[in-house]
Design a protein around this ligand. Structure first.
Ligand code: HEC
Ligand code: HEC
Length: 423
């Protein structure tokens, strides 16, 4: 009996698996054999009284392998959820070539896509991509496993596990929900229509990339040393048996001494050291893939843009911005506790020159961030400025304010992203 029969509770688990995938470590994906274990979720023994309870306890890969009885529910909503989340975006998205940089690489999902989820699955069976008698043996799964995503954080084993779960669910429920297929089911439709499951919302990919480029990509050198697989390579030193073979803060991981930052940080930045060139299509692709990585890992919070981890991780720890001004950013009042800097494995990057070293003044815990350059002032500090601003180093800005332009550029980007998502 194969592993295929392990998981019997399908459905929403797929979504859970994918979302739960947002904690890639520095390690390689050794878990590539389709085990259903969803490691990041709190284990629950779950009591799925209804098949569609949206519990994120999920099925943590119970190994009871028993097939006693039917699954708790074969629910049509479950089928459409899985389909909308998992298949549909990759057969009819507005920008399918972009998605296949990472998802389903080398697989043309559109050849299976039909008007309904039932017909799509039936078509996959008819074309031999899916084997409902032996779900884990489905050739589609083998193809997914062979995928070669252009991303340092995408995990094919997550995609494999999610697809396996759908196939297993179908092995149980397809007959009950969908009934017998008619002949030649692959011609029942010309392809599903998009329900808009697009991670970047309503914005055009090109427009969003321009915004991302001008704020995040231009300053990626500040993050690349840790948040990239390039950084891991650069931070890998001699072989080690244990940490006593390594120097300083290095870790001994996978047989080598490693700088801890790149080993522990998620690698959402693509490419190697040195600036990316907008005119170079290959570089633009690296920028775009970085953008999708950020979105997929949840670094941007469209509901509360200032609380995006993209901003709060590198911001001075415990700093609570009162107001934020910069190029294209005008926020005269930020509510208390919104946008506060948090602890960061890479230390505070936007620290306004405060390093918390002994003998130095303690870092501020609140203040105005002002990086405006629209009002120069000549004549030194004290020169006249418009209301609410004073002259500081040749620029009129809020009195006593702090500036790190990377931060205010990030703010502009997250606001733009939120607008794409209709916030
Ligand atoms: C540069 C790589 C990359 C690209 C390009 C990409 N994604 Fe993803 N996507 C990811 C990663 C990483 C995850 C997290 C799961 C994983 O690691 O398998 C993910 C997860 C998802 C999920 C499931 C989780 C969720 O948030 O709902 C959907 C749906 C999804 N992507 C849709 C798309 C679509 C549609 C496109 C094209 C418009 C796209 N992705 C392009 C990397 C990418
Ligand atoms: C010296 C190494 C280092 C540098 C440089 C660095 N980081 Fe990090 N970062 C880490 C480590 C380690 C973690 C994981 C621990 C944690 O969450 O704080 C992390 C976590 C994060 C996270 C949370 C990731 C997640 O999914 O949990 C974000 C977002 C982030 N960093 C953004 C940035 C940005 C933006 C920059 C550049 C301005 C940057 N970091 C520079 C080491 C670094």
């Amino acid at each position: 009996m194969s592993m295929a029969s392990i998981s019997r509770r399908g459905g929403i688990g797929i979504i859970v698996l994918l979302v739960g995938a947002c904690t890639p470590g520095g390690g390689s994906d050794d878990d590539s054999d389709g085990m259903m274990g969803s490691t990041s979720d709190a284990p629950t023994t779950g009591q799925p009284t209804t098949g569609d309870s949206n519990d994120d306890g999920a099925d943590s890969g119970s190994s009871d392998g028993a097939t006693d009885g039917l699954p708790t529910a074969c629910d049509e909503d479950e089928l459409s959820n899985m389909y909308a989340q998992y298949v549909e975006p990759f057969v009819s998205g507005a920008v399918p070539q972009s998605c296949s940089q990472c998802h389903m690489t080398g697989i043309d999902m559109s050849i299976y896509a039909q008007d309904t989820p039932c017909d799509t699955m039936a078509c996959m069976v008819e074309m031999g991509a899916v084997d409902l008698e032996n779900p884990a043996g489905s050739s589609l799964l083998a193809q997914i496993q062979l995928g070669d995503p252009n991303s340092s954080v995408f995990d094919v084993s997550e995609e494999h596990a999610a697809m396996l779960e759908w196939i297993e669910w179908s092995a149980q429920c397809h007959g009950e929900i969908c009934g017998e297929s008619e002949t030649s089911v692959c011609s029942s439709g010309t392809g599903a229509s998009s329900t808009g499951q697009n991670p970047i919302g309503d914005c055009s990919e090109d427009d969003l990339l321009v915004e991302f480029w001008n704020s995040v990509i231009v300053d990626r050198g500040r993050c690349l040393t840790c948040h990239s697989s390039y950084g891991v390579e650069a931070g890998t030193f001699g072989a080690c048996a244990d940490v006593s073979d390594c120097t300083g803060p290095q870790l001994c991981e996978d047989g080598f001494c490693r700088a801890p930052g790149p080993w522990l940080a998620p690698h959402m930045f693509e490419g190697v050291d040195g600036p990316l060139d907008w005119e170079n299509p290959a570089d633009r692709q690296l920028g775009l893939n970085t953008l999708y990585n950020m979105v997929a890992l949840g670094q941007i919070d469209e509901d509360n843009p200032l609380d995006s981890t993209l901003l709060t991780k590198p911001l001075l720890q415990d700093f609570d911005p009162e107001a934020i001004y910069g190029d294209g950013v005008d926020m005269p009042s930020v509510p208390v506790d919104v946008g506060m800097g948090v602890a960061h494995g890479g230390t505070s990057k936007f620290n306004f020159g405060f390093h918390g070293a002994e003998g130095e003044p303690p870092p501020p815990t609140t203040g105005v961030i002002d990086c405006r350059t629209d009002e120069p002032c000549a004549g030194g500090d004290g020169a006249p400025c418009s209301e609410g601003r004073t002259c500081q180093e040749g620029l009129c800005r809020a009195p006593g304010s702090y500036c790190d332009p990377t931060y205010t550029n990030y703010v502009r980007f997250v606001q733009y992203f939120a607008s794409c998502k209709g916030e």
